[in-house]
Design a protein around this ligand. Structure first.
Ligand code: ZN
Length: 449
């Protein structure tokens, strides 16, 4: 069989798989729209295959890649099912990321992404894939991936704020704006991260921590990679830079809860934060930058009432203890972090729901009290009758972290485990969604009277 004939056959196979799977209902809001979108993409591929020049290797490879991507996508959508991830969290998460993930184009209407969710094995599976920037389909499809084992751990799911950063970086207009802010205020003025050469000088400097030097040595011995080809043969400078950017976006979307999840997850596989990775800069460096960013945002200065203030203090004490103290890591001045955060904040504020809102006075206290009483934390109180109020799901999660830091959850008699707190918060998010519906309907009824 010639390559093009093979691809024509594979396109037919794909049509068969598509008809067998996605026309059935998968996911909370069905799979009809996914089915139609994938059919449109396949139609485009088939029409290309009809007119393709079989001798043009480059074009043949491109179509082969499109077929592969579509095949993977269909299988991923097929695999997404209700039982594998925390759907109350996902529904709220879709809400706050909908506007920021919508693609504005010069020609044609905005492209609102279609989101589907799956679970994978392994702690590092948290991710969001977005379609590559090709005009193949009408809508972009975003795939959110959760670690299967952490299904109910809504406190840790805040790490997805970082993944939103990667997803929106694929939207050309957003990428231009983010680059503009990030390069101007964070990368270009930095003595070390301004280019690859200076990063390598810093990495291989004599005052680098012993463990870092050991790791670099290992890289040299095992793979013959040294200072001359560190970025060429091993790491990606652009990926490293993008990681810093996405960390800031995660922090701005989820507030202190993001920082707590970020440090817990990253340090779990890299306890000293000094592991060298090809696509991620040092964990210790990222954590130090985020801690300074949290200070710049004033998160650690928020004052709460007596019932929870000492738990809040412990929450921050625990986080700041994760700062890597070796001055070698302190390469981004506070002023640069401040400027970057301020500009990013201003930009994110233009998208409805994207920015983490400062909690209202008394809001977190009430939610924490509920968790300590082993009740789902929601905007509901019985005070001369039932009283319901709006609560952002990110405050429920923040309250979860504070409850986790609360001394009473650690005492034997009243102990509430991290896992239980997550379950309570997940239930809280679910119940809060009903409260939101009820309050919105009530408002509608009042307006129409
Ligand atoms: Zn990342």
């Amino acid at each position: 069989m010639k390559p093009v004939d093979f691809l024509i056959n594979e396109a037919e196979n794909l049509q068969f798989v598509l008809d067998q799977t996605l026309r059935y209902d998968y996911g909370l809001d069905g799979s009809r729209e996914f089915y139609e979108e994938c059919c449109a993409r396949l139609k485009h591929i088939k029409s290309e295959l009809k007119i393709i020049d079989a001798a043009d290797v480059e074009v043949v490879c491109e179509v082969a890649k499109d077929i592969d991507d579509l095949s993977e996508l269909i299988c991923r959508i097929e695999r997404s099912s209700l039982g594998e991830y925390s759907w109350p969290f996902v529904e709220e998460f879709k809400e706050i990321s909908k506007e920021i993930c919508t693609e504005i184009r010069d020609v044609g209407p905005p492209r609102i992404p279609k989101v589907h969710v799956i679970a994978e094995g392994g702690l590092s599976s948290y991710s969001i894939y977005s379609d590559p920037n090709r005009e193949l389909g009408k809508r972009r499809i975003f795939t959110i991936v959760f670690p299967r084992t952490l299904k109910h751990y809504v406190l840790l799911h805040t790490i997805l704020g970082h993944e939103v950063g990667h997803a929106i970086y694929n939207l050309p207009k957003v990428q231009g704006k983010l680059d503009d802010i990030f390069l101007t205020h964070f990368v270009t003025p930095n003595k070390i991260f301004k280019d690859q050469k200076t990063v390598v000088q810093w990495l291989y400097s004599a005052n680098a921590p012993e463990d870092v030097r050991g790791e670099l040595n290992k890289l040299e011995i095992d793979h013959s990679i040294g200072s001359k080809d560190f970025f060429f043969a091993f790491a990606s400078y652009d990926s490293w830079i993008q990681e810093f950017l996405c960390d800031f976006i995660g922090l701005l979307m989820f507030g202190p809860s993001f920082l707590a999840a970020h440090t817990d997850l990253l340090y779990s596989s890299d306890p000293n934060g000094d592991g060298i990775h090809d696509d991620h800069p040092f964990t210790a460096l990222r954590v130090n930058i985020l801690l300074t960013a949290a200070e710049v945002l004033g998160y650690d200065q928020w004052v709460f009432d007596q019932r929870i203030q000492s738990a809040v203090n412990d929450f921050w004490k625990d986080l700041f203890a994760k700062r890597q103290t070796d001055p070698w890591y302190d390469i981004f001045p506070k002023s640069s972090i401040k400027q970057t955060i301020e500009h990013l904040k201003e930009y994110l504020a233009t998208f409805e729901g994207a920015l983490y809102p400062k909690p209202a006075i008394g809001e977190i206290e009430k939610l924490v009290t509920k968790i300590l009483d082993r009740c789902p934390p929601v905007g509901y109180q019985y005070d001369n009758g039932p009283q319901c109020s709006h609560v952002d799901f990110r405050q429920i999660i923040f309250a979860g972290w504070i409850a986790h830091a609360h001394k009473s959850t650690k005492v034997k008699k009243t102990k509430i485990t991290f896992s239980e707190i997550n379950r309570l918060c997940e239930h809280g998010i679910m119940q809060q969604a009903s409260i939101k519906l009820m309050l919105n309907n009530k408002n509608k009824r009042t307006r129409s009277k």
